[in-house]
Every structure is written in C-alpha cells, then in structure tokens.
Design a protein around this ligand. Structure first.
Ligand code: NAD
Ligand code: WQD
Length: 338
C-alpha cells in the first residue's frame, strides 16, 4: 500500500482529499499545524471511511519535524495543501504569507529531496491568471498576480518548475483551482472558516443559517450577464478526485504538468443566491454594495487538458454543490465546534 503525505490535510480541500485517498486504499499521513482547521476533522474522516489517517500536528516550516516524519514513513508522494489563503489578509500581513507559503514549500521540498521522495501535487489557484484578457482560461494564458497571496502561488509555481528543470527526477503536478465550494454529501466535513467568511458560499450559508443578517453583493455594474461577478464554482468532491488522478499521473509522468480544475461554466453571484434559495427553500437577504477592490468581472476555466491527460472532469452540478454546502452548514451551524 502506497503512503501519501498530505500537508494541510485537516483543512477544507485536504480533508475531502484524505477521505478519497483512504477510500482508495492509500495510507495517509497528514501534517497540519491546525492554524486554520480542527482536530475534530479526523474523527469525522474516520466516521466516513472507517479508517483513521496518521496525523502529525506540525508546521511545514519545521525542518526537523518533517525530517522525522519522512524517516518514519516511506512516503511515495506528497499532496501539498498547507498554507495561508486569504487574499485580503495577505495585503495586511504579506511577510507572514511569504514565510508560510514560500518558505514552507521550500523547507518541504528540501526535506523531500533529502529523503528521496520527488513527487508532489501542489495546490495552485486560478488567481495566477490575474485579470484574464478573455474567458475561458487555458493553461497557456499569461500569469500575473495582483496581491501577495497570488504572488506566493506564482512564485511557488516558478520554484517547482526550476526544481524540475534542475532534476528531472522530480515529478510535479500544479493544480490551478477555480472556486471550490460544497461539502461531502455525508454532511460530516465541510468548509469551516474562522471569523467573517471572505468567500461567497460560506457567507451565503451563514446568512441562511441565521448567523449573519444579509449578504453584501459586491457590485452589480460589471459587464456580465446580470452585472454581478461570474465565477467557475467547482464541487470540492470533484476537486478532491482530481488529486487522486494527479497522484496516479505522477507515477508515469515526465515533466512538470499544470491543470485547470473547474467545470468550465460560469455562474453570477445572483445566480448563486437564486439557485441556493430554490434548492434549499431558505431565504438569503442581500444588498448590493460597492465593488470589492481587486475583484475581476468574470473568470472560468477551459478544463479540457485535465480531461485529456488526467481523464478527469467535474461530475457534480451547481445544485449538488449548494445542497451539500447547506447540509454541512445546517447540520453544523458552528462548524466543527458545533
Ligand atoms: P484551509 O485553510 O482549509 O487548509 C489549509 C490547511 O493548512 C489548514 O488546515 C491549516 O491549518 C494548514 N496550514 C496552514 N499553514 C500551515 C503550516 N505552515 N504548516 C502546516 N499546516 C499549515 O484551505 P483550503 O481551502 O483547504 O486550501 C488548501 C490549499 O488550496 C491552499 O494552499 C490554498 O491556497 C489553495 N487554494 C484554495 C482555494 C479555495 O478557494 N479554498 C482556491 C485555490 C487554491
Ligand atoms: C466570488 C464572487 C465576489 C463574497 C477567491 C480568491 C481566489 C481563490 C478563490 C484561493 C465574486 C462575490 C463574494 C461576498 C460577494 N482562492 N462576493 N459577496 O474572489 O473569485 O476568489 O477565492 O486561491 O484566489 O481570490 O471568490 O468567493 O471571494 O467571490 O458578492 O460576501 O462573489 O465579488 O464576484 P473569488 P469569492
């Protein structure tokens, strides 16, 4: 049985990926410092899969801790989710983002190299396309960054690319996620943001469950179908599945590969609100406010490369994403603290 080390494995996307790895009979070793997640995730994962992953509460910047873990386990590949991800916060505390994301990945790769494990799947983001000139976005589009968070993702992509150039034994897949939403259909694991959510979906579900009075829609004067921002929302279960396909691909890979992970379909903020109300029968009061600085009008993926090379495509629809997000939120109004 192969062992996969998952950094950030108790987080939102990590936990869903861990479930699928366990269900596919991988051994899973999680390294997470719990800065943005809860240990309660582990019991929930066990409830779903009947298996408990090995867990280390450790920081990816801690070289000694990582070295000990790699000495203890014969790791065949790493799926690397750990890092900070709040776009707005990254402008307030940029050094923290550079340290955790870039330095953290650097330490991880150094320890991997020393231990002889040279296979990694990295969580990148559609944010590396900056403000794209057109949609849909292919992997060939020029990259840029408009905030420190995005710059860390872009820099890590370059760092991994340099690493691969220097030593072709490194097998590397960069996954550029569009907008992950939804939750496991069991309602046992899901997104549990600390404080006020930055992202649309957790805000919508927190309004519906009564934790917040109303949603602010950030602008309705974009040149989009109804004036509100359009994004490519993807079910976290589909996203997690792409990590299994990418991990399999690592075995027969030559070269570094980059894949967009989206559905290829864009929905506006108003469409999200209306669809959520329809499928859940809950009300989401909203008001339209100013545009949020840094937001782009529209963004969706051309995900045909992942289909061609990973044999992966998103299977779940927007209705599924919203029903599952609501099952998680309504069953766990205070997330894992419920
Ligand atoms: P998350 O915050 O739920 O998960 C990240 C996990 O990493 C958390 O459990 C946190 O405790 C852990 N962590 C953070 N810094 C760490 C460190 N220094 N050492 C060890 N553990 C650490 O976030 P998520 O939504 O699951 O995102 C996972 C990855 O995907 C991140 O790299 C994020 O940038 C990327 N991503 C997320 C989105 C999104 O919208 N959720 C979109 C594109 C890319
Ligand atoms: C979606 C739409 C908002 C909240 C961010 C990061 C990106 C990636 C995914 C990590 C936009 C609107 C939102 C609200 C609103 N993360 N909105 N009211 O901005 O597309 O992407 O998360 O890599 O890098 O930038 O996602 O969910 O914040 O916003 O009207 O309270 O919802 O303006 O049109 P975004 P989001």
């Amino acid at each position: 049985m192969e062992t996969i080390l998952v950094t950030g494995g108790t987080g939102y996307i990590g936990s869903h990926t861990v479930v699928q790895l366990l269900e596919s009979n991988y051994n899973v070793v999680i390294v997470d410092n719990l800065s943005n997640s809860s240990k309660a995730v582990l019991q929930r994962v066990e409830q779903i899969t009947g298996k408990m992953p090995t867990f280390y509460q450790a920081d990816i910047r801690d070289e000694q801790a990582l070295t000990d873990i790699f000495n203890k386990h014969k790791v065949s590949a790493v799926i690397h989710f750990a890092g900070l991800k709040a776009v707005g916060e990254s402008s307030q505390i940029p050094l923290e983002y550079y340290e955790q994301n870039i330095y953290g990945t650097l330490v991880l790769c150094q320890v991997m190299a020393k231990s002889g494990c040279k296979r990694i799947v990295f969580s990148s983001s559609a944010t590396v396309y900056g403000d794209p000139a057109s949609v849909p976005i292919t992997e060939q589009f020029p990259t840029s960054a408009t905030n420190p968070y995005g710059r860390t993702k872009l820099f890590i992509e370059h760092m991994l690319s340099d690493l691969h150039q220097s030593d072709p034994e490194w097998h590397i897949v960069l996954l550029r996620y569009f907008n992950p939403i939804g939750a496991h259909p069991s309602g046992l694991i899901g997104e549990d943001p600390k404080g006020i959510p930055n992202n649309l979906l957790p805000f919508v579900t927190q309004v519906a469950v009564g934790k917040r009075t109303h949603l602010s829609i950030f602008g309705n004067d974009y040149s989009t179908k109804d004036g509100t921002g359009v994004r490519d929302y993807i079910h976290v279960v589909d996203l997690a599945n792409a990590h299994l396909k990418a991990t399999e691909k690592l075995e027969r890979l030559t070269g570094l590969r980059k894949y967009n992970l989206g559905t290829g379909q864009g929905y506006s903020v108003l469409e999200i609100v209306m669809t959520f109300e329809r499928v859940t029968d809950e009300k989401v009061p909203y008001e339209v406010t100013e545009r949020r600085p840094g937001d782009i009008a529209e963004c969706w993926a051309d995900a045909s490369l992942a289909k061609a090379e990973l044999n992966w495509s998103a299977q779940l629809q927007l209705d599924d994403m919203l029903v599952d997000a609501w099952r998680w939120q309504s069953g766990n109004p205070d997330g894992y603290a419920s």
